[in-house]
Design a protein around this ligand. Structure first.
Ligand code: P6P
Length: 333
């Protein structure tokens, strides 16, 4: 019979010795509460009357789902009064949300993708919430520019996966821990201590519909995987694409793999350098991957060293099993 360790029990030891451990614990529990509420809305789906399009676009020019906006509002509602935040930046908001004066302004900034993979929501596919916490030391209210810190400045990052189980996966820079939501008790219980990405894999994850637009290094890598044991890799590969970064990254943290969302000729024609956003997708997921023994790279540099120039900046993404990412980096050079 293993000892039942709740998220609160885990935090009591994991953040020991860190600056403002109490504050970080309070922030993590507030984020977890927001995720529990968003999970409940996702779980009730059509019955909660929250599926379907919202009839408007976000700053990315992407159609927003009703749940994108609701999840964003729930996240703000559940975290703004925890006393630890100075501001919240979100995929669903053009600019950051400043914590109102009636609440204590704290020493952290948080970026969030409130409902990643929302195109899956109407077909009951995997979705999730991704978050990244950065330090904030000024007394005054933050500006958007205060969020523009490289991924190696993060103090906490994680995601909540809404799938067969609801799981919270987090890192404070001391490894990666996974928690499963106990629906009866309404609390997260440690179920995946010290998650590690296998160094090797035979499974890649990419949207192959865009193959005709890929640049040579990606095309070479995928062609070699597809060529299987008859090709230069001398082994067969499998492919998985969840349509939600949280679903794909979680699978890779559990069993290995390599996730790719490269830039391509199609995107570059419209001035984009990738699809995924640096501040609230690539940075938090990249830190989790590195903390689990994997790698996270843009093809030009480690994701965590990219100096952001705007809140909604996009980057090319390759992350997962170290040996495969190393091969991809070599192909890019
Ligand atoms: P595509 C979801 O919209 C997302 O941002 C990621 O979660 C996911 O990996 C990717 O886009 C899916 O993109 O082009 O396959 O729909």
């Amino acid at each position: 019979m293993t000892t039942r360790i709740t998220l609160a029990d885990f935090l009591a030891t994991e953040t020991q010795g860190m600056d403002n451990a109490e504050g970080l614990n309070a922030l993590t529990l507030a984020v977890a509460d927001a995720c529990v509420d968003i999970a409940a809305l996702v779980r009730h789906g059509e019955l909660a009357g929250v599926l379907g399009a919202a009839g408007q676009e976000n700053v990315q020019g992407e159609e927003q789902k009703k749940l994108d906006i609701i999840a964003n509002d729930v996240f703000i509602e559940k975290t703004q009064n925890c006393g630890q935040l100075a501001g919240i930046a979100s995929e669903e908001m053009d600019n950051h949300y400043a914590i109102p004066d009636q609440y204590t302004r704290g020493n952290y900034l948080i970026t969030v993708d409130p409902l990643d993979g929302s195109s899956n929501i109407d077909v009951n596919g995997a979705t999730g919430t991704i978050f990244s916490v950065l330090p904030y030391t000024k007394e005054s209210a933050p500006s958007d520019d205060d969020f523009l810190q490289a991924g190696n400045q993060q103090v906490l990052a994680g995601y909540c996966l809404f799938s067969s189980a609801t799981m919270l996966v987090i890192t404070f820079g001391k490894g990666v821990a996974g928690f499963t939501l106990d629906l009866e008790q309404g609390e997260f219980v440690l179920s995946h201590p010290s998650m590690q990405v296998p160094k090797q894999t035979a499974e890649f994850s990419i949207n192959a519909a865009y193959a005709s637009h890929w640049h040579p290094p990606i095309k070479r890598y995928i062609d070699e995987c597809v060529a299987g044991e008859a090709g230069p890799r001398k082994q067969n590969f499998n492919m998985r694409w969840a349509g939600s970064m949280v679903g794909d990254v979680h699978r890779i943290l559990c069993r290995g793999g390599v996730f790719l969302y490269p830039s391509d000729a199609r995107m570059e024609k419209s001035g984009k350098t990738g699809k995924l956003r640096l501040m609230y997708e690539a940075n938090p997921m990249g830190w989790l991957m590195e903390q689990a023994g994997g790698l996270a790279h843009t093809g030009a540099s480690s994701i965590l060293t990219v100096a952001p120039d705007n809140l909604h900046q996009r980057v090319p993404v390759m992350m997962g099993s170290a040996e495969e990412v190393e091969r991809l980096i070599e192909y890019h050079h």
